[in-house]
Design a protein around this ligand. Structure first.
Ligand SMILES: Cc1cc2nc3c(=O)[nH]c(=O)nc-3n(C[C@H](O)[C@H](O)[C@H](O)COP(=O)(O)OP(=O)(O)OC[C@H]3O[C@@H](n4cnc5c(N)ncnc54)[C@H](O)[C@@H]3O)c2cc1C
Length: 407
């Protein structure tokens, strides 16, 4: 099957404003000067493509990564990089959607991937400001204290850690006025741009070739392999993995997915914040939910205000209004919070009905795999994709692959 015309994925304005990671971005450019061959070509050098390149580097001889932008200059630059095992869809709700056994497997896989990211960053010595943290999931309009207690029990039954805090305890320990919360260990936060660049650099060290700016304009997939057309040259490969983020490959199934908009703001560094906030990520049982984290240089990042509209001009136009709302929400949640605005940004955001990603072979495109890391913990899904894709490429089945198939 061949995809046409202009590009294999429609280019979008994925983000606007200035995220806190803008200063970390390096524009690594490597022109593709000729047609080449590969064992695996990875399209996309965001955090998904970087995890993929790092994972495949030692398993295949010739890996090629291409991107029409510089590394991490797509959605990854907009990420607030809260790396949590907790999936947007509570375990109790996911159990109703896909059955308790699959739901528990999805949550446990997410837990393992979150721990694996911290281990990988540590072992590879990637300097991306990764910090271990706890997370505080507050009762909100979509789940009150009773729902949270039930959720905590379901998580414990699935073998996951955490503690339910009632309103009194929550007020005593954190000074937050909500009817309850789940307090969980095992999260981290990082600089997503530095993480992506670090992974890609290690992959290049291990023999991966990287070319940018290179746009894949057309793809022809057959049972013998895949030919990717850049407009000037061809890449002939045994396999292709599409890590193209929210710029979806034309023609792939989109059932149960949507692209929305999300906003985030950051305070100045060295903000006067409660001490516990340095190693606690906050989010809430609401849709959309507000969330918060800090950076190693003491900024407070607040995000949320998601809307079901994928319109770049609307995103940019709404920035001032969304900033005011995020600041007001943060101040309501954290008593006596001083917040001096320093950065504001917005981006496209992918959601799926069950909060899970797609990591699967592309129907009718032999030898092609797509990674659609939808949901608030897209980065965890990028890591899971880098674990599942190698088994798919070798024709074997990962034990959890069934959870992440096209719906
Ligand atoms: C405001 C906001 C906050 C977020 N917060 C979090 C968070 O706290 N935690 C979390 O885990 N996630 C978060 N996310 C989600 C996170 O940003 C995404 O899950 C992640 O960045 C997706 O990475 P990716 O590599 O799949 O996509 P991208 O970073 O977009 O990379 C895809 C790459 O593919 C390239 N590409 C596409 N088509 C082609 C083509 N035809 N030819 C060549 N190259 C192509 C693009 O140029 C791009 O660089 C947030 C997102 C937003 C917008």
């Amino acid at each position: 099957m061949s995809i046409n015309p202009a590009s294999a994925t429609v280019e979008k304005k994925l983000r606007s404003g200035t995220s806190v990671w803008a200063g970390s971005a390096k524009a690594q450019m490597h022109a593709l000067k000729d047609s080449i061959r590969a064992d695996v070509v990875i399209v996309g050098a965001g955090v998904s493509g970087a995890f993929m390149a790092h994972a495949l580097a030692k398993r295949f001889d010739k890996i090629v990564v291409v991107d029409r932008r510089a590394p991490a200059h797509g959605s990854t630059m907009a990420s607030t990089a809260m790396l949590q095992f907790e999936i947007d869809t509570p375990l109790t709700e996911l159990s109703e959607k896909i059955g308790p056994s699959k739901a528990a497997r999805a949550w446990r896989r997410s837990w393992r991937a979150t721990q694996a990211i911290a281990k990988l960053v540590d072992e590879e010595g990637i300097r991306c400001g990764l910090r271990r943290a706890d997370s505080l999931y507050l009762a909100g309009e979509s789940m009150g204290s009773r729902g949270l207690e039930k959720e905590m029990k379901a998580r414990h039954r699935a073998g996951l850690p955490g503690e339910y805090l009632d309103a009194k305890r929550l007020r005593e320990v954190f000074g937050i006025d909500r009817t309850g919360a789940i307090f969980s260990p095992g999260a981290t936060s990082a600089n997503p741009v530095a993480l992506t660049q670090g992974l890609l650099q290690r992959a290049i060290r291990d023999g991966v070739s990287f070319y940018s700016p290179v746009e894949i304009k057309d793809v022809v997939a057959t049972s013998h392999g895949v030919v990717l057309d850049t407009g000037k040259h061809f890449i002939e490969s045994k396999h292709a993995v599409f890590c193209t983020g929210y710029e979806l490959l034309k023609g792939i199934p989109r059932k149960g997915t949507k692209i929305t908009s999300s906003w985030a703001i950051a305070s100045r560094p060295h903000a006067k914040l409660p001490r516990w906030l340095a190693n606690t990520l906050i989010w809430e049982a609401a849709n959309p939910y507000v969330y918060m984290r800090t950076t190693p240089d003491g900024r407070l990042i607040v995000g949320g205000e998601d809307e079901d509209i994928d319109l770049p001009s609307y995103r940019a136009h709404s920035m001032a209004h969304k900033t005011a709302r995020l600041m007001a929400k943060a101040k309501k949640l954290i008593p006596n919070l001083e917040f001096t605005l320093s950065r504001q940004w917005t981006g496209a955001f992918g959601e799926s009905e069950d909060g899970l990603p797609v990591i699967d072979r592309v129907p009718d495109m032999p030898n092609c795999i797509a990674v659609l890391g939808f949901g608030g913990n897209g980065t965890i899904y990028s890591k899971i994709a880098s674990e599942i894709a190698p088994t798919l490429l070798r024709g074997r089945a990962d034990r959890d692959a069934d959870i992440f198939q096209f719906r």
